[in-house]
Design a protein around this ligand. Structure first.
Ligand code: NAD
Ligand code: GLY
Length: 349
């Protein structure tokens, strides 16, 4: 006997991303703002001036990538249970990508899924992490290895929050902007080469262009069956670097910057990029004081760490390699010899 379940779904998960001063928001439900100690001290009062709700709670987590873990998820869920949140209740992610990813994940599993909105406060989360519904946390096996796709109901990007962002964190966000331009938009790349992102108007323009690029990719491939993987440019190498250095030496965006340089070396070897294009990407990263070199202590170990990345199957590693500037190749056809040759270039003398 065979029982068939008909489950063809047409789901409309569309949402708007507002890039402007945060408007006044009112919710007729219970709301929990999830934030961390740093963002809370700097901006919670401003947020409270903008939002009202039937009941409003705050969950304040410790600050840092090392707290992007199961314990923090449990702390969010405990608070929701204690305050008797129901399936109509709402979460607001108020912070950088760490808070956004965890809040989204908690929303995806609480009572099998409730709504959440994103109010990102770092450049990286404004241009990338808050858009597209990837949620999750890290465990001992690696970064973001537990997670879910759960789209926010809305994203509010207020560049005002960036006025308190440390310069290094700003640079880390620029790395993700560069990623978007190299992989999808040559004209945007050229704009960035000449732009002064310390000018608030130009910065807001760059945020809009990045978000438009990401929104376009996510609309075409929400669950990363193909095109969306291009947004992992620099990440295959970057995740290994973050892991090797225990998430202590480099910010995520900085590791991605080095990862992009490594990917470009591979693209050069494969004939996808030329020397001049590789140099232009390096120069743009350097303009924002991003790191562009890394010494691999143990090349074999670095290679093996690729296989822990969830984007790689057992048999092959998927690399995202620029095709010139403004286009990209997603390939699992790079032979081991080529991979080792690129890694050796970054190996100890
Ligand atoms: P983060 O969330 O750790 O924030 C960086 C630091 O800036 C933290 O110390 C934070 O407290 C502080 N901060 C936040 N807003 C501030 C403000 N306005 N002023 C001063 N300080 C502020 O890191 P991040 O770079 O925002 O995000 C990195 C995380 O995002 C990683 O965990 C990464 O895996 C994830 N990510 C997710 C996606 C996605 O699509 N979901 C995409 C890219 C990155
Ligand atoms: N940051 C990569 C993605 O959202 O797919």
């Amino acid at each position: 006997m065979q029982v068939h379940i008909e489950l063809k779904k047409i789901v409309d998960d569309s949402y708007d991303i507002t890039i402007d001063t945060l408007p006044k928001l009112h919710f007729d439900t219970k709301v929990a703002v999830v934030t961390n100690t740093t963002v809370s001290a700097l901006h919670l009062e401003y947020l409270f001036g903008k939002i009202s709700a039937k009941e409003l709670y705050v969950v304040t987590l410790q600050d840092g990538e090392e707290y992007k873990n199961q314990e923090s998820i449990d702390a969010i869920l405990d608070s929701l249970f204690e305050h008797r949140f129901n399936r109509k209740s709402l979460l607001i992610a108020f912070g950088g990508g760490v808070i956004g990813d965890m809040t989204g994940y908690a929303a995806s599993i609480y009572q099998r899924g409730i709504d959440f909105i994103q109010i990102p406060t770092t450049l990286l989360s404004q241009v990338d992490a808050s858009v597209g519904g990837k949620t999750g946390f890290n465990n001992k096996y690696g970064k973001n290895l537990v997670g879910a796709f759960h789209q926010p109901k809305a994203v509010y990007i207020d560049p005002y929050f960036l006025t308190t962002l440390p310069q290094r964190e700003f640079g880390a966000g620029v790395a993700e902007i560069v990623k978007m331009a190299v992989t999808f938009n040559k004209e945007f790349f050229e704009f960035l080469e000449h732009a002064d992102l310390s000018n608030p108007e130009i910065l807001q323009d760059a945020i809009c262009r990045s978000v438009e690029t990401k929104a376009d990719v996510v609309s075409q491939d929400e669950k990363e069956h193909g095109l969306r993987a291009a947004l992992n440019y620099g990440h295959t190498f970057g995740h290994v670097i973050e892991n090797e250095t225990n998430y202590k030496e480099y910010l995520h965006g900085e590791a991605v910057a080095i990862g992009m340089v490594m990917a470009n070396e591979m693209a050069l070897k494969m004939g996808y990029m030329n020397e001049k294009e590789v140099a232009r990407v390096k120069a743009l990263l350097q303009k924002y004081d991003l790191p562009i070199t890394y010494t691999i202590n143990d090349v074999r170990k670095f290679y093996e760490a690729f296989f822990l990345d969830k984007k790689s199957s057992d048999a092959a590693i998927t690399f995202i390699l620029p095709l010139g500037i403004g286009d990209v190749v997603i390939t699992d056809k790079v032979d081991v010899g080529t991979i080792m040759c690129v890694l050796n270039k970054f190996g100890k003398e």
